[in-house]
Write a protein that binds this ligand. Sequence first.
Ligand code: KG4
Length: 339
Amino acid sequence: MNILAFESSCDETAVAVVRDGRTVLSDVVLSQADMHAIYGGVVPEIASRKHVEAIAGLADAALEQAGLTRQDIDAVAVTYAPGLIGAVLVGVSFAKSAAYALGVPLIPVHHIRGHIAANYLAFPELEPPFLALAISGGNTLIVDVRDYTDMEILGATRDDAAGECFDKAARVLGLPYPGGKPMDQLAQQSQGGKYDLPRAQVSGSDLDMSFSGLKTAVVNLVHNAQQKGEELDKSALARDFTMAVSDELIPRMALALQRTGRTVVAAAGGVAANSIIRTRLQEACSQAGARLYLPPLRLCGDNGAMIGAQAYYEYLAGHTAPLDLNAYATMDLDQQIQK
Ligand code: KG4
């Protein structure tokens, strides 16, 4: 089954063709990051307009790269939640038109389910059940993936996402947007241990997380130093910051493993590209006797292939949508739209 998949929830317009949920026939991604970098973050209106400009050309490019024609497409899939509403709407509108024109089913895919499914593309042997650590620019979740379309959120951030925290900390340090990768490169140049940053405990659930206090602490620390004219050790700060983020994530992942008795972990989302977090996750999983799947860096960020992968399993579960499908800015990944 060849699925033409669209992703436009933030600042990447992405289209892919995926066969039977596991084989990527094409995967084209157009990042708008350079455009948003001028403003230090994603400007939603600009994102929507750039998606409109790019999406039709990328759909043709994805078909061409796959060596297929429109007649070879068996279904159209699209990210319909969560994301910047105007941006998601562009993908949903285009996908609905494509499904209608081609006379094929339309499959709505939750963005984070897609991130988790990126692992199916990289690791053919991976099958549920497993635990997923989904860490991206907009979401931070510990998920029990009971089956391909049956998931339970075990823990989540109460405020900012880990990626957002990286981007804000990078911004105050004068690094370009998106800040995760430059922070990672900076952190690798230091052993850290210089800056005392907070680790949050949230009440009510020991698997829930919080990043807003850490973000504020970094912003205050940098502003304080600037006002006093003190020199900052930016690489030490980047390292200490990354350790604080990973202290929020990794012990909770280990606790979730212990509680559920699962023996497999899959990482997902842009922040899963972080070198320190990857190493520390590997250490924690080895200690817990769990097998860890870390997707290659190109599959951590937003892409269309991950949407095509998850779409196959949504289709098998009967999760197709009528042509009045809407886009949603927020939606839990264990929620399913009503047909
Ligand atoms: O998954 P993604 O591409 O988009 C969303 O679905 O949100 O994640 C983007 C986020 C950004 O916040 C970016 O700064 C972060 O992932 N990121 C990283 C790294 N590479 C990207 N964060 C930490 N370390 C990295 N190496």
